[in-house]
Design a protein around this ligand. Structure first.
Ligand code: DMJ
Length: 640
């Protein structure tokens, strides 16, 4: 993997100072940068001068002037050393003298500390790389523009809240189904209560060690990821005390002004998605406010030469960068391509088109690009606007990009035809090049790597069964075909569960000769409480009402209960082929957001969150369809 000299990864390196005439396309930024540099140098020299003057010039601070006219306490000061009168200057005598000396000393210390601090800050600035300084300047500019806009803004016309049908209910009539639904709710209680006891405020829970846990996607701050991710599941299950508890924590503690580098994609789908849904369900303003606060913090990630956002952004400095492992400094398709739903809702709710414009810009750029075999590669360089390696996947790195094309169309009340066309074209190419049938008759989605099909399917790709079913209606006269394709993927993914000792699916599985739907490498045998297979069962259940999907979902629920439940919550397992598996000791936040929610919905009536009113984001946070044509708003959120 090559690393260009000015990649953000090399952010700690100081690029050569360019004071000469600009010689590359960012000359305007370079000039400003140089000016800033010179200013900083002058500032630090000035501070050093003041500092020196303060300590090495004669100590005039002792000659403090007082104009109080109190002759009994103020007498003309005589310089003891020179014996000369210093007219107009008075020294304080009497009982106050000591106090004033102390005050002076205190003042001097404070000035000294301030100077040292300013000097340190100037030095720190000079240590920063060109990218960091550029991003800081841009962030400052954005802040000023934003402040000006806020000042100028007239109060928004009230936003017509979409028709929020089916936010509770769904009680099944059948007694057996009712019991199963109750069991899922009990599992949610167990996961939540233990997080409440042992991990409260941390991002996730270690259910064996019984303490908080986090990963780099959330940065180094305790942002309560599990709380935010779980809120809507608690709400639809009727766990309202727990919901309020979570709301209180968010009101009191959730603060995004932290010096922490987070994944733009992950915080968008889990935090912004979770907060927006919590707002729509409960109507509590705090969730909307927090969602907007976070979104503002993510905006600097888009300050790249192409407008394709960085994978990570520091919430405080606004400095962005990409994952070190991504092909040639690229951004990831499934990351920058999974912002649309949340960002459209942000523009809708705030009346500020900035979010909408960011995601539409990404779409326009992608539309202009040439696609090898009609496929979207997983990697795109945000500096050059060129694809990285030609890898295409419907699993990790690609998955939710396709999902959001379809859902952009659904969320727009099926008016965003551009998104639908992009989805249809992409799916056609995927079917042609990536979807195959195994010798044993299982349909699978492989991965395209530099012109070669790898016959391996990830657990993540299993979500596509649900996506094909959801997109069937509205496809180019192929509704029956796509529903069938969704059902075939569901069957394959069920097989990947059924062929293990624990009846839980591995992270990825192969189709190679005699091997079918089975993981081969040890490193691919784990199950981390992922939702995708159950998600597909639920969509297929909604569209077909074939009882097999409830049956398969129940098998998975029992397996999770038996092999993943521990006294401190639920844990992932390291090897689904071993009947005595080791735990990974992580209760993922998506287990509460997605896995348990999809299971609960699978055993609920269709009137709970009906699919013609709600569209689920990729973290299973339902967002209402925006029927803008029927509102007083004209067209899309960008022109409100
Ligand atoms: C979730 O965070 C989301 O579903 C995402 O799109 C991909 N994977 C995880 C769960 O497996």
């Amino acid at each position: 993997m090559t690393t260009p000299a000015l990649l953000p990864l090399s952010g700690r390196r100081i690029p050569p100072l360019n004071l000469g005439p600009p010689s590359f396309p960012h000359h305007r930024a370079t000039l400003r940068l140089s000016e800033k540099f010179i200013l900083l140098l002058i500032l630090s020299a000035f501070i050093t001068l003041c500092f020196g003057a303060f300590f090495f010039l004669p100590d005039s601070s002792k000659h403090k002037r007082f104009d109080l006219g109190l002759e009994d306490v103020l007498i003309p000061h005589v310089d003891a050393n020179k014996g000369a009168k210093n007219p107009g200057a008075f020294l304080i005598h009497g009982p106050d003298e000591h106090r004033h000396r102390e005050e002076e000393e205190h003042l001097r210390n404070k000035i000294r500390a301030d100077h040292e601090k300013a000097l340190e800050e100037a030095k720190e600035k000079l240590k920063k790389s060109r990218e960091e300084i550029q991003a800081e300047i841009q962030t400052e500019k954005n802040k000023v523009v934003q402040e000006m806009k806020t000042k100028e803004k007239k109060p928004l016309p009230p936003v017509p809240i979409p028709n929020l049908l089916g936010i509770s209910g769904g009680d099944p009539e059948d007694n057996d189904i009712k019991k199963k639904r109750e069991k899922i709710k009990e599992m949610m209680k167990h996961a939540w209560d233990n997080y409440r006891i042992y991990g409260w405020g941390h991002n996730e829970l270690r259910p064996i060690a019984k303490k908080g846990h986090s990963t780099n996607i959330f940065g180094n701050s305790q942002l309560g990821a599990t709380i935010v991710d779980a809120l809507d599941t608690l709400y639809i299950m009727g766990l309202h005390d727990e919901f309020r508890d979570g709301q209180k924590w968010i009101e009191d503690n959730l603060d995004f002004s932290v010096n922490s580098e987070v994944s733009v994609f992950e915080v968008n789908i889990r935090f912004i998605g979770g907060l927006l849904t919590a707002y729509y369900l409960s109507g509590e303003e705090v969730f909307k406010i927090k969602a907007v606060q976070l979104a503002e913090k993510l905006l600097p990630a888009f300050n790249t030469p192409t407008g394709i956002p960085w994978a990570m952004v520091n919430l405080k400095s606004g400095v962005g960068r990409n994952w070190g492992w991504a092909s040639a400094g690229s951004s990831i398709l499934a990351e920058f391509g999974t912002l649309h739903m949340e960002f459209v809702h942000l523009s809708y709710l705030t009346g500020d088109p900035v979010y909408y414009k960011k995601v539409m810009h990404i779409r326009k750029l992608l539309q202009k690009m040439e696609r090898p075999n009609g496929l979207y590669p997983n990697y795109l360089n945000p500096r050059t606007g060129r694809w990285g390696q030609y890898h295409t996947s419907v699993g990790g790195l690609g998955d939710s990009f396709y999902e959001y094309l379809l859902k952009a169309w659904l969320m727009s009340d099926k008016t965003d035809h551009e998104a639908r066309k992009m989805y249809d074209d992409a799916i056609e190419a995927i079917e042609k090049h990536l979807i195959k049938k195994s010798r044993g008759g299982l349909t699978f989605i492989g991965e395209w790597k530099n012109g070669h099909l790898e016959k391996k399917m990830g657990h993540l790709a299993c979500f596509a069964g649900g996506m094909f079913a959801l997109g069937a209606d509205g496809s180019r006269d192929k509704a029956g075909h796509y529903l069938e394709l969704g059902a075939e993927i569901a069957r394959t993914c069920h097989e990947s569960y059924d062929r293990t000792a624990l009846k839980l699916g591995p992270e990825s599985f192969k189709f190679d000769g005699a091997v079918e739907a089975v993981a081969v490498r040890q490193a691919e045998k784990y199950y981390i409480l992922r939702p995708e297979v159950i998600e597909t069962y639920w969509y297929l259940w909604r569209f077909t009402h074939d009882p097999r999907y409830r049956q398969w979902g129940w098998e998975a629920a029992l397996a999770i209960e038996k092999y993943c439940r521990v006294s401190g919550g639920f844990s992932g397992v390291k090897d689904v082929y071993s009947s005595t598996p080791a735990y990974d000791d992580v209760q993922q936040s998506f287990f509460l957001a997605e896995t348990l929610k999809y299971l609960y919905l699978l055993f609920s009536g269709d009137d709970l969150l009906p699919l013609d009113h709600w569209v689920f984001n990729t973290e299973a946070h339902p967002l209402p369809v925006l029927r803008l044509a029927n509102t007083t708003l004209s067209g899309n959120p960008a022109v409100r």
